[in-house]
Design a protein around this ligand. Structure first.
Ligand code: PMP
Length: 285
């Protein structure tokens, strides 16, 4: 955890893993003024590194701060961290936040914006569920209205409801939770987007109040290449009963089959296996 070898990129320098600390008065710690990314490298190369760096900068802008590095500098820093740690297949976690400074209240325009990038080995996000199909709980927390929070930002503050939902799910023996949105439509899992299959066609919630994942967009493209119809639309809870297959997508989750959501069961079917394999080949290509 904290006390291990390795280096972390922090504000432009590589620092020993165990020294990558911040002050307790860090604004982000008190007020969630932080944004982050989750990326995976395959065979030494980060999948869609540039898109992730762009999203990081956009997320910061959405929560009202500017990251003092260009997309190219961020891409180079990620590669530097991987190299310095001797990693080629790994997870990469950039984080940018408002640090400690003259302001200790809600406003923090005068506090420095800081950034760090860590990388580590991380296997299958849902462990054995990657093969058998994950079991999902139904979260009691709802994805918020975009008028309440900047839902397209990968902002730390938005993860409070995710952590609470995931913990409640794990306490019931589930791997994760599926969240509805503020209107009651099916939204996503706590760190991954969701897809359903019905009669050979794919249905996925319209990303209008949650992260339009890079994996989600990639998978939609791969399905379209296979001439499979993809419907991005609002999905009512009552429809869950009629879907035959289900999977999650995300950088960490990749394509993970879902076997159960609450009382509903899904088959880990041919299309789920096919898209999981196609995605795996695509990220390594
Ligand atoms: N939704 C949430 C809440 C997430 O944390 C993630 C992971 N970043 C995703 C969706 C999937 O996004 P991506 O495919 O870009 O990793």
């Amino acid at each position: 955890y904290d006390d291990r070898d390795g280096v972390i990129w922090m504000d432009g320098k590589l620092v020993p893993w165990r020294d990558a600390n911040v002050h307790i008065l860090t604004h982000a710690m008190h007020y969630a003024s932080a944004v982050f990314e989750g990326e995976r490298a395959y065979g030494g190369k980060i999948f869609k590194s540039h898109e992730h760096s762009e999203r990081l900068k956009r997320s910061a802008n959405m929560i009202d701060f500017e990251i003092p590095y260009s997309v190219e500098e961020i891409d180079a820093a990620k590669a530097e961290v991987m190299k310095a740690n001797g990693l080629s297949d790994c997870y990469v976690r950039p984080l940018a936040w408002r640090g400690s400074g003259p302001e200790m209240g809600v406003a923090a325009a005068q506090n420095p914006v800081r950034m760090a990038i860590a990388a580590w080995e991380w296997g299958a996000y849902y462990g054995a569920a990657k093969m058998k199909g994950a079991k999902l709980d139904i979260a009691k927390w709802k994805r918020p209205d975009p008028a309440t929070a900047p839902s397209q930002a990968k902002a730390s503050g938005l993860y409070m409801i995710c952590t609470m939902s995931k913990h409640a799910a794990q306490a019931k023996g589930c791997s994760d939770a599926m969240m509805f949105d503020y209107r009651g439509y099916v939204a996503e899992a706590t760190g991954a987007n969701i897809f359903f299959v019905k009669d050979g066609e794919v249905h996925t919630p319209k990303a209008d109040c949650f992260l339009n994942g890079i994996t989600r967009q990639t998978v939609i493209g791969l399905l379209k290449d296979k001439q499979i119809k993809v419907h991005e639309r609002h999905i009512e809870p009552a429809e869950l009963e009629g879907f035959q297959q289900c999977w999650l997508t995300g950088t960490a989750a990749e394509v993970t089959p879902v076997a159960e959501i609450g009382d509903y069961n899904f088959e880990v079917g041919a299309l789920t296996h096919d898209i999981a394999e196609t995605y795996e080949a695509f990220v390594r290509a």
